[in-house]
Design a protein around this ligand. Sequence first.
Ligand code: SF4
Length: 81
Amino acid sequence: MRIEFDRDTCTGMFQCTAEWAAFEENRDDGKADLQDSEEVEEDLFVREVPEDAEFDAKMAARVCPVDAIRVYDDDGEQLIP
Ligand code: SF4
């Protein structure tokens, strides 16, 4: 499973940080940070999700009020949102 984080869209409400520890609050920027991610385009961060974190990653994507977090399965199909 792969997760994409659109940091430009993120409005820093920090619901995601309560769901998956890989999302951290960055209060200086008013944005979340996604640990261990790679910036593939400007402000677009991607990383693999370990199997034991799949539930938490999906929850983080579900609670984001601005859909800044997207989750894809291994076939590239978008699961959430
Ligand atoms: S829930 Fe969405 S808007 Fe809020 S900090 Fe996380 S990614 Fe940003």
